[in-house]
Design a protein around this ligand. Structure first.
Ligand code: PMP
Length: 280
């Protein structure tokens, strides 16, 4: 595939696109990222992702890099079109040598990387999940590349032939998936954990809430216990590459989910329609 990687102002071949081993992103995960969804070679919710990137950077006291990310994304998609997938963007605090935990009074230049990636278009199919302890830090609202607790959880799901790991706090609250936000419904009412420092403010989560509003489906943003998860009629996950998908089992326990006439199907259909209109 004739793809390029954007790195600090240049579009390079993947094997030419390198950062120093003294980059703070590499040494400390001192960096933030976004994955902007692409469908039919068009961007979905671009501005929302850039707004979140700005917020993540500002929370970590990093400047927003002086690049036109829309042009970068469009250029990447021109070089290698993506039928379904995303554009990954990462901004690190920069390269600092010698290695040091703090950067006070050091003038660092951020390293900025972006590339397009294709993935298989998800099938309209219910997924399987496991539950897993939420071992993450106290600022999960910042989209940092410190994803060790997320990837360990997701790997455990993969080992169990599952598609996602739902993260449970030590007090028994379910916050979100390893890379998805979580919705449940019971007796026609939808519930999703509220925005807090314990979850990522998903752009797909927000879009899904807009869809619920349009369909006049009642919803609450409230904390969700593990027990409630298993007592729900439907459980859905949302993310930039999955849109909104239902679960059929958690920890090997069947949820008795029927796709036909489900609330999910209503939401999925409206989501698709609304998505097509907002692709750019
Ligand atoms: N939670 C976590 C921890 C994630 O990594 C992601 C994926 N970025 C999401 C939720 C879903 O967010 P979005 O809808 O913005 O892709």
């Amino acid at each position: 595939v004739n793809s390029k990687v954007f790195i600090n102002g240049k579009f390079l071949d993947p094997d030419q696109a390198t950062v120093s081993v003294f980059d703070r992103g590499f040494l400390f995960s001192d960096s933030v990222y976004e994955v902007i969804h692409v469908d039919g070679n068009k961007l979905f919710l671009f501005e929302e992702h850039i707004e979140r990137l700005k917020r993540s950077l500002s929370e970590l006291d990093m400047d927003f890099p002086n690049y036109d990310f829309l042009t970068i994304c469009q250029e990447l998609l021109k070089i290698s079109p993506v039928d379904y997938g995303g554009i990954y963007i990462q901004v690190t605090r920069g390269t600092q040598q010698p290695r040091s935990h703090f950067w006070h009074q050091k003038k660092l230049l951020p390293n900025v990387v972006a590339f397009a990636q294709s993935i298989k278009r998800p099938e309209k199919k219910a997924l399987k999940a496991i539950t897993y302890p939420d071992l993450r830090w106290g600022r999960c609202d910042v989209k940092s590349t410190s994803l060790l607790a997320n990837v360990l959880a997701r790997e455990e799901a993969a080992k169990n032939s599952c598609d996602e790991a739902l993260l449970v706090s030590s007090s028994g609250w379910v916050s979100e998936g390893s890379s998805t936000n979580l919705f449940v419904c019971r007796n026609g009412v939808v519930k999703t954990p509220p925005l807090s420092e314990n979850i990522l403010p998903g752009v797909t989560r927000k879009f899904c809430l807009e869809v619920l509003n349009e369909l006049a489906i009642p919803y609450k943003e409230e904390k969700l216990s593990k027990e409630e998860l298993f007592n729900s009629d439907e459980v859905w996950i949302t993310s930039s590459t999955k849109d909104v998908l239902p679960l059929e089992s958690i920890d090997g326990i069947e949820l008795k989910f029927e796709m036909e006439n489900s609330l999910w199907e209503q939401v999925f259909n409206r989501f698709k329609e609304k998505k097509l209109k907002s692709l750019k």
